[in-house]
Ligand binder design. Structure first.
Ligand SMILES: *[C@@H]1O[C@H](CO)[C@@H](O)[C@H](O)[C@H]1NC(C)=O
Ligand SMILES: *[C@@H]1O[C@H](CO)[C@@H](O)[C@H](O)[C@H]1NC(C)=O
Ligand SMILES: *[C@@H]1O[C@H](CO)[C@@H](O)[C@H](O)[C@H]1NC(C)=O
Ligand SMILES: *[C@@H]1O[C@H](CO)[C@@H](O)[C@H](O)[C@H]1NC(C)=O
Length: 323
């Protein structure tokens, strides 16, 4: 991987991020975090040790098709696992001991804005990935992961590692930077012989406590339905006879066409045409902010307040990854 890439990231890192260190919070109800910035991430200590009988559990909620959920490794020695949403499916890659890298995919649309429970369970030789109790074929390897550096969520920021060489599986690093998780993650816990421990949140960037419903600050009038898209919300005024951001304006009879999202879709396609692979990362970041401000401007369109922020981010940052 070219060094210039890391310099770009480094520049961005320093330009855009301020790390907030947070108090340890064992079992506190506010352990939910909303990842709502283009470079959101968290780091938890200690990492989960994948030993004889135990499980890692994580709840997530997102609208993103492609995004990193969790990653762990041993600091470059050869063991790791990562879990990504890929096209709405859940994909885990794992390398333990002297076994080969194994991959498991669970089909589904786990980017449906609902909460989902991810579990990685180790039982003797078998490591099994499951989401909402749909389990993949176990990965069979007698070794165990026992010196994990930390548990990462959101994406892998090079800010928390001194060198790019210290990542066991740089493919995860690269894919995560291009597919930063946006949504909410909660209740990360390690279960070992029935005993539950919660890791300490060492650092978090671009997150906020809770998974607040944006509909609380958007009151739709005249019976319009507020649609919670996690990061933002919009009013669906369908059938109310009203339009506007809050369904406050009467639809005049002259305009016969019902509100549509066609022109917005067209705008989205304009961005999709650009080949993100050809844009240097810094340029890509500019694209993101350009799109963000553009979306602010077209936030109200044909009587609907649209949430395109996540879509735009996913479009520009969500580069080709395959299950
Ligand atoms: C989270 O909750 C705990 C107690 O339940 C409280 O002590 C702590 O200040 C809260 N933290 C935040 C960031 O709200
Ligand atoms: C998942 O979907 C792929 C194709 O979309 C299919 O080949 C595969 O058998 C499916 N796996 C399961 C476990 O249903
Ligand atoms: C491990 O998985 C295999 C294949 O699903 C199964 O046959 C075996 O019984 C499992 N072993 C344990 C200890 O769960
Ligand atoms: C719109 O037109 C219909 C008939 O086409 C009429 O019944 C209705 O009262 C009109 N509504 C308004 C708000 O003018």
């Amino acid at each position: 991987m070219p060094n210039t890439f890391f310099i770009f990231v480094l520049v961005l890192t320093f330009a855009k991020q301020t790390i907030s260190f947070v108090d340890d919070c064992f079992n506190c109800p506010n352990s939910t975090l909303k990842y709502n910035k283009p470079l959101s991430y968290s780091v938890y200590d200690p990492g989960w040790s994948l030993i004889n009988n135990g499980a890692l559990e994580v709840w997530f909620r997102t609208g993103m098709k492609n995004a990193m959920v969790v990653y762990e490794d041993d600091g470059g020695k050869g063991e790791f696992f990562d879990v990504f949403l890929v096209g709405g499916k859940i994909r885990m890659r794992m390398q333990v001991g002297y076994c080969n890298i194994e991959k498991r995919v669970i089909n589904g649309s786990f980017n449906d804005l609902k909460w989902h429970k991810l579990v990685i369970r180790k039982e003797k030789k078998n490591t099994t990935l499951s989401v909402d109790s749909i389990a993949a074929e176990p990965i069979q390897c007698s070794s165990q992961l026992d010196s994990m550096t930390a548990l990462y969520t959101g994406h892998l920021s090079i800010f928390v590692r001194e060198s790019s060489n210290s990542w066991t599986f740089p493919s995860s690093l690269w894919q995560s930077i291009n597919n930063v998780f946006q949504g909410c993650i909660k209740d990360i816990q390690y279960v070992e012989d029935g005993v539950i421990t919660r890791p300490h949140l060492r650092a978090t960037v671009g997150t906020e406590r809770g998974c607040s419903n944006p509909c609380q600050s958007l009151k739709c009038r005249h019976g319009g339905r507020c649609v919670d898209r996690i990061l933002t919300a919009w009013c669906n005024c369908e059938g109310t006879g009203y339009q506007g951001k809050r369904c406050a304006r009467v639809i005049k009879n002259r305009s016969t066409k019902p509100p549509t999202t066609k022109s917005l879709t067209t705008k989205k396609i304009t961005y999709k045409v650009k080949d993100p692979n050809k844009i240097p990362l810094l340029q890509k970041e500019r694209e993101v902010s350009a799109i963000n401000s553009r979306i602010k401007n077209i936030g109200v369109h044909h009587g609907r307040c649209m949430d395109l922020w996540a879509v735009a981010t996913a479009t520009v940052l969500g580069m080709a990854i395959n299950t």
